[in-house]
Structure formats: C-alpha cells, structure tokens
Design a protein around this ligand. Sequence first.
Ligand code: VAH
Length: 313
Amino acid sequence: TIIILGSNGQIGTELAEALRTKFGAENIITTDIREPQTPSPIQNFETINVLDKAALKSLFEKHKPTQVYLLAAMLSATGEQYPQKAWDLNMNGLLNVLDLAVELGNIKKIFWPSSIAVFGPHSPKVNTPQYCVMDPNSIYGISKLAGERLCEYYHEKYGLDIRSIRYPGIISWKTAPGGGTTDYAVHIFFEALAKGSYESFLSAQTALPMMYMDDAVRATIKLMDAPAESLSIRSSYNLAGVSFTPEMIAEEIKKILPNFGMSYSSGDPRQAIADSWPQSIDDEYARKDWNWDIAYDLEAMTKDMIKNLKTNN
Ligand code: VAH
C-alpha cells in the first residue's frame, strides 16, 4: 500500500493518478486535511492532519504502507503571510512521518518534495549547482532547507530510504497551485483562455526555473524506482526544467493565441521572493544517478496546456 499525504494539492492530485496507474488504484490511499472537491471511491480517500501524530500513527498501523509520499505543505507566498504556521506544518509534518517510519519499521521508501526555494540571494543565479551557498530568506525556503537536512540525517542515522527532488515551479492544468510564487505561470494560461489577457505579478524579465507537471511526475517516479545504491544525494536532487520569464511565456502563448494581451503589475510581495531564487538549475546528479532527461520545453508545454484547457475547462 502507498499513502499520499496532501493528495489534494497541485502535485498530489497528479502523482496520485500516476501511482494508481502504476500500482493499481486499490493500492493507493489518498489523504488530505479536507475532502477533495470531486470525491470518488477510486481515491480511497481518508481525511488526516499530518500534524496529528496519533492519527497518523493509526493510519500507518491500519494500512501498513510500504511507501509514503508527504506532499502536505504551505508554499512560499502563503508562508510569508503565516510564517509560524508554515514552519509548523512543513517541519512537524515531516518529523511526524520520519519518526513514525523509524518507530513502525514497515515504510520502505518515503518521498518528500523540496524546492529551488532552498537557494537564496547569495546562491549562484545561473545553472545553480547541487552544492553551493544556500541562504533562503522565505520561511518556505528555510523550512525546505531544514527539511533536506532532516531527510539526510534520518537516512544516515536510521537508514530510512527517503528520496527528494528540489522541484522548480510546476505548471499544470488539472489542479491549480496553492499560494506559490510561480503560480503566475499557471494563472496566465487560465486567463489567456478565459479573458484573452493576463496581468503578471512578476516583472517581465523575472527568469525562474519551471517544469511541466508531466515531467515532474515522471521524474518523481523515476527517482523512486531507482536502485537505492545508485543515489548519491540524500538531501534533495536539483532538477532543471525550462527557465523562462513572463515575457517569454507570453510570446509563446501569442504564437497560439495572437490576440493575447500581457500586462505587468508592480509591488507584489512575490517579486522579492522570485528575485531571491535562481534563474536556472544544474541537475547533473539527477542525470548521472537516475538518467533524468526533460521532455517538455516551453513550446511543448504551452501547446499542451492550451490544448488541454480548451478541451477540459
Ligand atoms: C512556490 N510552487 O512557488 C512553489 C515552488 C519553486 C516554487 O516551491 O512556492
């Protein structure tokens, strides 16, 4: 049995689908703090708060999972509004899972998402390497950097097989992201189709590492399938996708929707968060250790997003 904690989120929703396809729906238990918007029996859904350690223990004892994916977290922009809550959820949610995995002993593999948010103003901006100065200044980035240190520590000290990816901003059409700085790159598609225009809260030249959801899910499963002995990183793997600016994605959309209008607001607090992050990532370790290779470039992503939004929304 595989348990997904935080299955209602942007990544959780699609990871759950991919894992059901791979392992069979009957083997996947999805959970979140509240019911999904569109409940269906195939989800084997149970409500759980990852901060309730006793409830989490009962869930793990009931289902005896061999794998746990912990995707419950508060993202960067919302985290800046509620820093103490973000720290509590992101850190104690992780510690509850790690400590129960040590205590119960039946969880063979754990997946926990980190983020390019672990880099900060003094990290190299271009082709940011796996190892470098990391001075994140968002509570989300601080919690993800601390989380990476915990994952490596619990692997070294207790032998837990925890695997992690520093996700870039993720673009998808099935489930809207919740409270991230990179969310503009998702909103732009919805509004391009709904209104024919979009006002970006990030400036035209703000380059950020991004990735299409299909690639992010494929990378996650590829990492989880890799033989443990091939993994040289037990903090979290850099993963590069495509780096682009709001201006670039607007141009790409205009190739398909010629009348699309892009504008820019200023003064949004998310601009400072974005400015503290890298512009592009070097993912040599993911390529070397588990043969990672990106499939969707900006053009392919844009085409797929518009095609799916036109037929599904
Ligand atoms: C956020 N989407 O914006 C997340 C992610 C790299 C960005 O961590 O907070």
